[in-house]
Design a binder for this molecule. Structure first.
Ligand code: DAH
Length: 340
């Protein structure tokens, strides 16, 4: 009777050991069969009631069953351990013979990228790329550009004056003057760089921004030449044909002076929030160089004339990439910069 129960318990436990899917299930089976209050312990207790010969035979069988089960548990446990190890090795596998990843590549700032494109274009058209100082003299920033001390045009450019009488240039136009001082006409030059104004900073105003100045001095330069170069420039920057128009605009260093607009690239001219429903976007001021400017720098206005333009590089970058807050450009936020 007892023997039959022992072999039933053994067979049942073996089947459940085989079916166990985890360490926990296995432990539960072990406690139930081999634990202090388990089924085999129960049998052990009951054996006390048997006659001595029967007890010896049953005892043998019981010990054999315990041993068989212990071994089965151990084997199954090793299988689980092995499977866990294999899984971990697969997951944490690393090939130490692979070359190390290189340093993270940076990227050029979007302003630098477009500046370089514009420089390449103008160099291909025979223009020099000039540099000028960011700390300028009053003479180069204003007087030589036909803006004398009492001229109201000075008020339009909130200036950071330095204590020594110099200033942070409010535009790149003073490089026109430096170009004329240094080189004889005919002259073709552009001057990209930073300019500074005492602005309160918000989504569309910065105290520091980028411009590209341009100037061409030759014989019989006309508005047609100006338009040709501006259209070439804008087609290159926006990578498609753009329609432009000129409106009169006042700048003391050009006469006539213009505001050049392009047909809105967002709506194609039908009107949208970007162009404030006018179909046109104001892009760059330009004009024919005022003879006073040439004269101040010692050029013979009977022989020479020219055109000039001042491209707002920061604004152009914002338009090309649809950036709606100027502060992002110099904020140094890598999440912004990594997009370029
Ligand atoms: N320097 C002017 C400014 O920053 C822009 C400008 C207008 C430049 C007309 C030019 C020009 O060369 O012809 O407001």
């Amino acid at each position: 009777m007892l023997e039959k129960r022992i072999s039933e318990i053994q067979a049942d436990a073996l089947a459940r050991i085989g079916a166990a899917k985890s360490d926990e299930e296995l432990d539960a089976v072990r406690v139930e069969a081999l634990g202090r209050k388990g089924t085999l312990a129960q049998i052990s207790k009951e054996m006390g009631k048997l006659a001595p010969e029967e007890r010896a035979a049953a005892g043998k069988l019981l010990n054999a069953a315990k041993q068989v089960l212990e071994e089965a548990f151990e084997r199954r446990k090793r299988e689980f351990d092995q499977a866990a190890l294999t899984q971990r090795l697969d997951a944490e596998w690393i090939d130490l013979t692979l070359p190390a990843p290189g340093p993270r590549a940076g990227s050029l700032h979007p302003i630098t990228q477009i500046q370089m494109e514009i420089e390449d274009l103008f160099v291909s058209l025979g223009f020099m790329v000039l540099d000028g100082p960011e700390v300028e003299t009053e003479y180069h920033n204003f007087d030589a550009l036909n803006i004398p001390p009492e001229h109201p045009a000075r008020d339009a450019q909130d200036t950071f004056w330095l204590t020594d009488g110099n200033l942070l240039r409010t535009h790149t136009s003073p490089v026109q003057v430096r170009g004329m001082e240094r080189f004889k006409p005919p002259l073709r030059m552009i001057a990209p760089g930073r300019a500074f104004r005492n602005e309160s900073v918000d989504a569309s105003h910065e105290h520091t921004f980028y411009q590209v100045e341009g100037m061409m001095i030759d014989r019989d330069v006309s508005v047609a030449h100006l338009l040709y170069f501006m259209k070439t420039l804008l087609t290159e920057v926006f990578r498609r044909e753009v329609t432009v128009r000129l409106r009169p605009g006042f700048f003391p260093f050009v006469e006539p002076g213009f505001e050049l607009d392009i047909r809105c690239l967002i709506c194609g001219g039908s009107g949208c929030p970007v162009c404030k429903h006018s179909g046109w976007v104001e892009l760059l001021p330009c004009g024919l160089v005022n003879p006073n400017v040439l004269r101040i720098s010692g050029l013979d206005t009977e022989k020479w004339n020219g055109f000039a333009f001042g491209l707002g590089l920061t604004r152009l970058v914002m338009m090309r990439y649809g950036i709606d807050d100027i502060r992002l450009l110099q904020g140094g936020d890598l999440r912004f910069l990594q997009q370029f």
